[in-house]
Design a protein around this ligand. Sequence first.
Ligand SMILES: Nc1ncnc2c1ncn2[C@@H]1O[C@H](COP(=O)(O)OP(=O)(O)OP(=O)(O)O)[C@@H](O)[C@H]1O
Ligand SMILES: [Mg+2]
Length: 465
Amino acid sequence: MPKVLLADPDPKTREHLRDLLADRGFAFDLATDVREALHPIAEGGVDLVLCDLALPGGGGMRLLEAIHELHPDTAVVLLSAFGSVQDAVLAMRHGAADFLGKPFSADQVLVAVDRALEKSALQRENHQLKAALDDRLRLDNVVGTGPRMQAIFKTIKAVADTRTTVLVTGESGTGKTLLARALHSLSTRRNGPFVEVNCGALPESLLESELFGHKKGAFTGATHDKVGKFEAANGGTIFLDEIGTSSPAFQIKLLRVLQDRIVERVGDNRTLAVDVRVVLATNKDLAAAVEEGEFREDLYYRINVVSVEMPPLRERRDDIESLARHFLQRFSDEHGRAVAGFTADALAALAQAPWPGNVRQLENMIERAVVLSRGRRIELEDLPTDLDARGLIPATTAPGTATGSSAGSIADDPVLPLKQALELPEKRIIERALAHCDGNRERTAKLLEINRSTLFSKLRKYGIR
Ligand SMILES: Nc1ncnc2c1ncn2[C@@H]1O[C@H](COP(=O)(O)OP(=O)(O)OP(=O)(O)O)[C@@H](O)[C@H]1O
Ligand SMILES: [Mg+2]
């Protein structure tokens, strides 16, 4: 039953209105001033307000504003005995559904009420549609409004409930890990475990027992039974990250599990069947790695069943604004700041930046801006000065330092002479690359696209062994 609030100081007017609307099946609330009128409004559920412009306690316009703020879908019709054209214009501009001069005819009231209710119903529907649309524009926590991300969401939704292996490729910071998590939480396995393994970082010697577990006494140091990652992921999803830099030995073992879904603990000859969805990620071009003999072709075909390529941020600029707003909201909540938006030139700068560090770089930049900003909106001055030219300085964009939302942010580094400051990220990049390549210097040099002697001299310079 629609609820109508009659806010008028004159008891006769209230009665008259109530009589006019009696056979419409409305529930009524009555109020004689602004304060009284605000009670039912604050409680919610009022569909329509008929309100005198000269309502005591602040006037009808004041009530209109309050309603607009609290429940923008509630329709308000203003009534006035001395109403001028200006009043009417002002009322409509402030969102009134209609304006009636007193005395009014029965027809006038009925028409105004019907129109107002219709308008508010439409508005409500509109808001609901918008909210539904927003839901379609994201997948779990992954934001992406443009066509390329929408196509990815479609693929992920289509395969979520299957056990199909999914390969996610893309530059660092494009959201591969986030997408893998979204896939898990959308699948029927969502209540099972999500186990993440960084294959590039696993030393060869630990690999087998890490993934498959071992039996006590299987080798020196195996003091108790250990459950491997595949076993731990049973009933859920295992996410094998940085698959492109994994060793040949790892590749063979992985191929075996993918083929048979059976694991064997080291030192134990019993086999165990596992029900695991495998998701893999790499920022390398696997097809090229196959060509170069660095990645097994049979494994490549086995994992390349459904593959998703996360585009770099510079190739999907239509996502930048929605991502920026998403991070703004998150970080202003997290840091307790009341930052509500961006100035037009700040948004324009974000939209044009080159983003070598992709979404992670944007995320770091917005967090920093939220913390630094003193106003209600992020201004151009809150963003790094070289945003237009190069994006961020190496410390935040280097794959070696970009590990979490604010990890490696340049704001954390001490202020040093430039030459010295630039050495910090260089050292970290080299260390990360070395770890990627399991300490293999030849591959490290290749990965960094520098020659071996340059690598050796840098290793000496930074005391990396
Ligand atoms: N579409 C997106 N919507 C919201 N947040 C995103 C999106 N893409 C990435 N992010 C955020 O950006 C950061 C980097 O994303 P993520 O770690 O998934 O990238 P990645 O491709 O796995 O990087 P790497 O190759 O370095 O592992 C994360 O904090 C993530 O939450
Ligand atoms: Mg990742």
